[in-house]
Design a protein. Structure first.
Length: 120
């Protein structure tokens, strides 16, 4: 199992930007990716089917949609080499916790699923 403490991601609405017909990762999104890459530098790559557990501690008490965290985090972990493709993630368990000012925090646990019994 891999356990990581990661920075709280930008909103999905700020992670991407539209330039004409193209959708690109924004400057804020690229900076987030770089921070995640620094945090996972020493992590050994996992393979196969994966389960991801996410505990989100937002930076403040504004209303947030928990599901908006998934894509930026999963993409950044893929980009950082934790796994080959985020389509390997077959189970997600997520909890929104109390705010942790000023920057927030994510605690991520990733484990490989076995074909028998679903956990390894």
């Amino acid at each position: 199992m891999i356990e990581l403490e990661l920075p709280y991601p930008p909103s999905i609405n700020h992670y991407y930007r539209h330039v004409g017909p193209k959708v690109l990762i924004s400057r804020e999104g690229r900076q987030y990716r770089e921070r995640v890459m620094a945090a996972v530098r020493e992590v050994k790559k996992v393979s196969g089917k994966l389960a991801l557990k996410l505990e989100a501690y937002p930076p403040d008490s504004r209303s947030r949609d928990l599901d908006n965290l998934f894509k930026p985090v999963m993409d950044a972990l893929q980009h950082g080499g934790v796994y080959d493709n985020d389509n390997q993630i077959k189970r997600i368990v997520a909890d929104m916790r109390e705010p942790m000012p000023p920057q927030g925090l994510l605690i991520i646990k990733i484990k490989e699923l076995s074909s028998v019994g679903e956990s390894k």
